[in-house]
Design a protein around this ligand. Structure first.
Ligand code: NAI
Length: 335
């Protein structure tokens, strides 16, 4: 029996993500929560003849906390794409003022109703919203760092696609598995092409390498501009969010899987103390991690011992920005 709850299920990401989760044969209950339009999304999905029973939850007023509580109770996994997306000219950090409060209230609901759930945070800015959730869970005395994931998978998906597009005759995006570390916005995103696509990356000129890395870091802007005010990545994000969710479900069934995620480098997680030393003592960073039924089993920190000198420079820039983003999230809850 696996219950997955999606908070923000009626949104641009929430709808296609809910569809993908509805199709997963391991999921027995799909719970959809949103503050608008969710009964229609739920009714629509419920006609699909896959195994998951679909239920939707819409609060009757701003004060109504029962709908969220009911949607969350008994959840094994909670995925959060709730909040506002970017418009042209905005950075992910510009979303903080609205999304921080939304994520905080959802985290309180999780702490009270599904404290053992695996929690996947999509809402931006991920570099700050993940620390917000951690601080809320700590205050409520139910925090398990191994169960909290900042979803950075779209950066990996883009890194693989974009390098493949430079070699259209000889490669497919699925030929690559580039690890992306750091955070999830602009220069905090560090694709490690020297490890995941070495031979193809090294054939590029310095200018091409720079352009490629910049495209991974700012690839989200291409979608924001193309949508011209109608939001940011939704379909590719739903795919990416589902990939992490699916990997966790596979891991819970005993298949060893490694994925990159933005995590709290808490010493209770194997390899996290070593990882923290490699990133200037930052409390949060995205690393490849081994997954298990209990969430993050081990941080593959060794990857940072193998990076190129050019990547070390990118990491230094990422660390500086991340420190501020993390602090912003932590102090939002403790203010
Ligand atoms: P959207 O506006 O289409 O959908 C957001 C949904 O959240 C709406 O249905 C809205 O009603 C709902 N919502 C708002 N407040 C809520 C609350 N308190 N409880 C439950 N639901 C609530 O936005 P979209 O495009 O789906 O993006 C959602 C978030 O995902 C944004 O913050 C965006 O920046 C982020 N995002 C993250 C990415 C990543 O790689 N981690 C990539 C792309 C977007």
């Amino acid at each position: 029996m696996v219950k997955v709850t999606i908070c923000g299920a009626a949104g641009g990401i929430g709808q296609p993500l809910s569809l993908l989760v509805k199709l997963n044969p391991q999921v027995t209950e799909l719970s959809l929560f949103d503050v608008v339009n969710v009964p229609g999304v739920g009714a629509d999905l419920s006609h699909i003849n896959s195994g998951a029973v679909t239920k939707s939850f819409l609060p009757s007023s701003r004060e109504d906390k029962t709908a969220l509580a009911d949607s969350l109770k008994g959840s094994d996994m909670v995925i959060i794409p709730a909040g506002v997306p970017r418009k042209p000219g905005m950075t992910r950090d510009d979303l903080f003022n609205i999304n921080a409060g939304i994520v905080q209230s959802l985290a309180e609901g999780i702490a009270e109703n599904a404290p053992k759930a695996l929690i996947l945070i999509i809402s931006n800015p991920v570099n700050s919203t993940v620390p917000i959730v951690a601080e809320v869970l700590k205050k409520k005395g139910v925090y398990d760092p191994a169960r909290l994931f900042g979803v950075t998978t779209l950066d990996i998906v883009r890194a693989n696609t974009f390098i493949s597009q430079l070699y259209p005759e000889e490669t497919k995006p699925t030929d690559f598995e580039v690890r992306v570390v750091g955070g999830h916005s602009g220069e905090t995103i560090v694709p490690l092409y020297s490890l995941g696509a070495k031979s193809h990356f090294e054939k590029l000129s310095d200018e091409q390498k720079k352009t490629l890395i910049n495209r991974v870091q700012f690839g989200g802007d291409e979608v924001v501009q193309a949508k011209n005010g109608a939001g940011s990545a939704t379909l590719s994000m739903a795919y990416a969010g589902y990939r992490l969710a699916e990997s966790l479900l596979k891991a819970s069934a005993g298949t060893p899987v490694t994925e990159c995620t933005f995590l709290n480098l808490d010493p209770s997680i194997k390899g996290a103390a070593e990882a923290k030393k490699l990133v200037g003592g930052l409390e949060y960073f995205s690393f490849p991690v081994k997954l298990s039924k209990d969430g993050i089993a081990e941080v593959e920190y060794q990857i940072l011992e193998q990076v190129s000198d050019a990547e070390k420079q990118l990491l230094a820039v990422a660390e500086e920005q991340l420190a501020k983003n993390i602090e912003k999230g932590v102090s939002f809850v403790n203010k």
